[in-house]
Design a protein around this ligand. Structure first.
Ligand SMILES: Nc1ncnc2c1ncn2[C@@H]1O[C@H](COP(=O)(O)OP(=O)(O)OP(=O)(O)O)[C@@H](O)[C@H]1O
Length: 245
């Protein structure tokens, strides 16, 4: 389990995150959804160790850790591929930090290119492929880090609806086939309901968990069913209330 206890961070003397607690089951897919500016990216920066927390603790499987820098792979909204490297070279970047055999990693990357529909594009530069293909490559690179936790900060928000849905299916396989613990930020309620085991609705800053919704285990889901329409309404009204505060 990932356990965050009493985390806190201030900017210019104002608390963005204050006494923030969160438990995430190992192997689960949790989605954070909250008003703009409530502190989601700040939380990820604390988790990755990009910024230092002022107080609070983090535990991963019962052990206190300073941050998740060595435990989590992080993927952001922007693909952040290096434009002068081919897709395969970008995907293989984690190899630079790994002591493992190049051959095994290479085989793994090739398998992922096939699975993610990028075979034949290994030698293309990022500038020569679509946004969806770049995000798929970024996702492969995230998997190449072979970390137990995957942090996703709005990874699909820049994509069109059709591309987005096909990548959502790939994200589902992150958890199912690769047994990752996934924590994702999104502004898209449908995306949250399609992917999550647990949806965490957040308050305005200082950020707290306002609602924790455990979804039925069946996936993929039919979001047109009355059950999901009701959950969607619940989340929407909670977010509207937060935005009016
Ligand atoms: N480096 C910084 N210096 C000062 N204030 C900051 C800094 N980074 C973030 N903030 C402030 O902290 C608050 C939370 O920002 P953060 O980016 O974490 O929100 P968010 O929930 O990720 O927003 P969005 O959904 O719009 O991406 C905002 O008020 C923001 O202005």
């Amino acid at each position: 389990m990932l356990r965050l206890s009493h985390l806190g961070k201030k900017y210019n003397g104002l608390p963005v995150i204050d006494q923030f607690d969160l438990d995430i089951e190992k192997g689960s897919f949790s989605v954070l959804i909250g008003p703009s500016g409530c502190g989601k990216s700040t939380l990820f920066d604390l988790l990755t160790g990009t910024i230092e927390r002022e107080y609070g603790t983090m535990e991963w499987i019962g052990e206190a850790v300073p941050h998740l820098g060595q435990i989590a792979a992080y993927m952001q909204q922007k693909d952040l591929l290096l434009p002068w490297l081919s897709l395969m070279q970008n995907a293989m970047l984690p190899q630079v930090f790994s002591k493992e055999k190049h051959l095994r990693k290479n085989k793994k990357a090739k398998g992922l290119f096939e699975r993610f529909g990028l075979n034949g594009f290994e030698d293309y530069l990022p500038g020569a492929v679509s946004g969806g293909m770049k995000q798929r490559c970024a996702l492969i690179r995230t998997l190449m880090f072979e970390r137990e936790i995957v942090l996703l900060d709005e990874p699909l928000s820049a994509l069109d609806a059709i591309t987005r849905r096909s990548l959502q299916s790939l994200l589902l396989s992150l958890q199912k086939d690769f047994k990752k613990t996934v924590l994702m930020i999104t502004h898209d309620i449908d995306e949250a309901l399609y992917l999550a085991d647990t949806v965490l609705v957040l308050t305005q800053a200082p950020m707290k968990i306002r609602d924790r919704i455990t979804l039925p285990s069946e996936k993929p889901r039919n979001l047109d069913s009355s059950e999901y329409i009701a959950i969607k309404k619940r989340i929407l009204s909670e977010l509207e209330e937060e935005m009016q505060l």
